[in-house]
Design a protein around this ligand. Structure first.
Ligand code: SF4
Length: 347
């Protein structure tokens, strides 16, 4: 049960574990904190207390509120439970091997926040893809030397204890590249305490590269505390990338994205992916047609410097993996045809 005393100052919550433990989970906690009624939903809610304070200050029309607080729209039956067809590439426990030289490692189904648009929102907190059997996972990697890069995802890998991260990195030393995909630097920057920074630094020299792809969708998510964390990560020799989901009502216009990508570039984060939203059940109110996404990206290419333009990608529910979503000439990329009117042939 969360004990709340009005808008509790986030500086009281210095430890990331207590910040998470005090996070808002129950409908009653949310209503008491935000003084607003929320719908009862099947999807989980979790908002670390410091983030809840930021959301409250930003107000109900803000992009923070819309991305993290439950809404009636989530009751819609439209959309798919597994919108990217992950399951058929689940080759070993917690491992998705879809591309030849890299694999996705899912060490947890838990996140430090539950984003309302998440493509895994029907799986998070369930055991479907996440049941561990580490020996089997290691064996699979040993038998597949073509895998050079392991991508930690989830859930969010930085929800793991530092000891656990240390354990995994120690066990994956024979791989060349490690990448983390995470929303934690944005929504729980206190997680990057000295112990975790030291652990990442210790392992940095064991790999050709460690990169962190930071998931952020809007410049309003990046305050001074977040900037400070990003600078600390950059100082470890870690390559910083970004991934952004194009979301209706959040960032679906070229200027908003331009502001975000220039801000990221100024923090030495390479804009890496702009994802077209997945058609996920409970998140269809964030969905926009591919044609609209392509119009936005076309404009973005005109107003950003070339080095700040991310790849615009889309995933098929049939599990074909990421393919370029921008294809105005209707050329065949990665074997998939994207038509001039915006449709994908296998969609
Ligand atoms: S942090 Fe990532 S995986 Fe977790 S809920 Fe948000 S989008 Fe989904």
């Amino acid at each position: 049960m969360v004990v709340l005393n009005g808008a509790k100052d986030c500086t009281e919550m210095k430890n990331w574990k207590s910040e998470l433990k005090s996070g808002l989970k129950e409908k009653s906690d949310l209503e008491s904190f935000f003084q607003v009624d929320f719908p009862q939903l099947d999807f989980k809610t979790l908002i670390p207390l410091a983030l809840a304070n930021k959301i409250k200050n930003a107000g109900p029309d803000s992009v923070l509120w819309k991305q993290f607080l439950p809404s009636e729209n989530e009751k819609s039956s439209e959309g798919l439970k597994d919108p990217i067809g992950d399951e058929k590439y689940n080759r070993a426990p917690q491992l998705i091997h879809r591309y030849f030289n890299r694999a996705l490692f899912l060490p947890t189904s838990v996140c430090p926040v539950y984003c309302r648009y998440c493509f895994r929102k029907n799986e998070l907190g369930t055991k479907k893809l996440f049941t561990p059997d580490f020996e089997k996972t290691k064996k699979y990697l040993q038998h597949h030397p073509e895998i050079e890069e392991l991508i930690f995802s989830g859930g969010d890998p930085f929800i793991l204890t530092t000891d656990k991260i240390d354990f995994y990195l120690s066990n994956f030393k024979n791989l060349k590249y490690i990448r983390f995909h995470t929303r934690t630097p944005i929504i729980l920057p206190s997680r990057f305490d000295q112990e975790l920074l030291d652990t990442l630094k210790k392992h940095r020299e064991n790999f050709d590269q460690i990169s962190i792809a930071i998931h952020t969708n809007h410049i309003d998510e990046i305050d001074l505390e977040v900037e400070d964390t990003i600078k600390k990560l950059g100082s470890l020799g870690i390559t910083l990338l970004s991934q952004t989901v194009l979301l209706k009502g959040i960032n679906d216009d070229p200027q908003t994205l331009k502001d975000l990508f220039l801000k990221l570039s100024s923090l030495n984060i390479k804009p890496y992916y702009l994802h077209h939203p997945d058609q996920v059940k409970g998140g269809m109110h964030f969905y926009l047609p591919l044609r609209r996404g392509r119009e936005i990206y076309l404009k973005l290419r005109d107003i950003l410097p070339g080095w700040a333009i991310p790849q615009y990608v889309i995933e098929s529910p049939k599990g074909g993996g990421k393919v370029p979503a921008f294809n105005p000439e209707s050329l065949d990329f990665s074997g998939k045809l994207i038509g001039k009117s915006g449709e994908i042939s296998f969609y």
